[in-house]
Structures are given as C-alpha cells and as structure tokens.
Design a protein. Structure first.
Length: 183
C-alpha cells in the first residue's frame, strides 16, 4: 500500500492564488514567452488534452480533445474555453505539481508557505525538471538558505533567454518560501 502524500489544503490554496496572479487567466489560447501554446492559467496545450468523462464540467460545449485537425495537429489559435474549464485545468495541473512537492515533503518538513512556493515553481518549470533540480537536492540536504535562494533564481530562462518576468516570479516564490508568518 502506498503512503499518503501530504500537502496542506492551505498550501494548495496559496499556490492557486499565487498562480492566478502570476499567470493571469486567459480564456483564449496564447503563446507564452517561449512560444508554447497555452490557455487558462498557464496550462500548456498538449495534443492529448482530454477532459475525462468524470469531469464535473458540462462537456457538451467542449469536444473530447481541445481542437485538432484531421491529421491530429493542434489548431490552438482559435481555442477559447470557459472559466470553469480554466479552473479545471488549473486544478489538474496544480495536483501534478503538488504531487511532486508532496513527495519531497515525505522526506523534508516543509511549512505551507514553502509548499506553496515549490508548487508554483513545479507548476511553471514542470514536474520532471522540478524533481531533477539542484534546488530539490539542496532542500533535501538542508543546505543554507542562501543556496536555496540561488537555486530558485536560476529558473528565469525560457529557451535560453533570460526573462525578467520569470526572475520576478522566482523572487516572489522565494519570498513566500522564506516567509515564516503563515499568509
């Protein structure tokens, strides 16, 4: 039997609030700073985005797949979603990021602010990149906070180009990470 992975509801709520502010909610598809098609609250549109039949959303207005040509290639330019679908996608993406942080929380004590900051980072850089990051390794080794800060701030590049908005976001995430007061 697999152990339960614990992420506080408070941490997930903080992360969702942080992400909504950082990402904005866009109901029409757009290209992010790296040219990747995204929608909602920073959700990367994938070829296999499918709303499961169990989704609580009214799927009548949305096809099983977002929008595809007969050849299976995305046509994201014209994609528009509802606020409910944007919320659903955010929660789905948030759950993936929270799972990665929850795994880390199994071996290292993290308060809700630290969890929220790391969920935001994992959401933005991707779970695989987060799991393999030097940041995670240094957190596990309980390295000094100055090293943790350095690792947060390294993640401000998109396709090899420094992005000021990403640096600002990493600074905000780190500020939340070190905040001792429960926000």
């Amino acid at each position: 039997m697999q152990a339960t992975i614990y992420i506080s509801d408070k941490a997930k709520a903080k992360a969702a609030s942080f992400l909504r502010a950082a990402e904005d909610v866009k109901l029409k598809a757009y290209r992010d700073s790296g040219g990747v098609w995204s929608i909602g609250c920073g959700h990367v549109i994938r070829d296999v985005d499918i709303l499961p039949p169990s989704s609580p959303l009214n799927c009548a207005a949305m096809p099983d797949r977002f929008l595809q040509t007969a050849a299976g290639q995305r046509m994201a330019e014209n994609l528009v979603i509802t606020p409910a679908i944007a919320d659903y996608l955010l929660q789905t993406d948030l759950d993936l990021a929270a799972g990665a942080v929850g795994e880390l929380s199994r071996t290292v004590h993290l308060n809700s602010n630290q969890q929220a900051a790391l969920i935001s980072l994992a959401f933005n850089i991707g779970v695989s990149a987060f799991n393999g990051s030097t940041l995670v390794k240094k957190i596990k080794l309980n390295r000094p906070i100055v090293e943790i800060e350095h690792e947060f701030l390294r993640w401000h590049f998109d396709n090899g180009k420094a992005i000021k908005g990403l640096l600002n976001r990493r600074e905000a995430e780190f500020t939340l990470y070190v905040c001792a007061r429960d926000l």
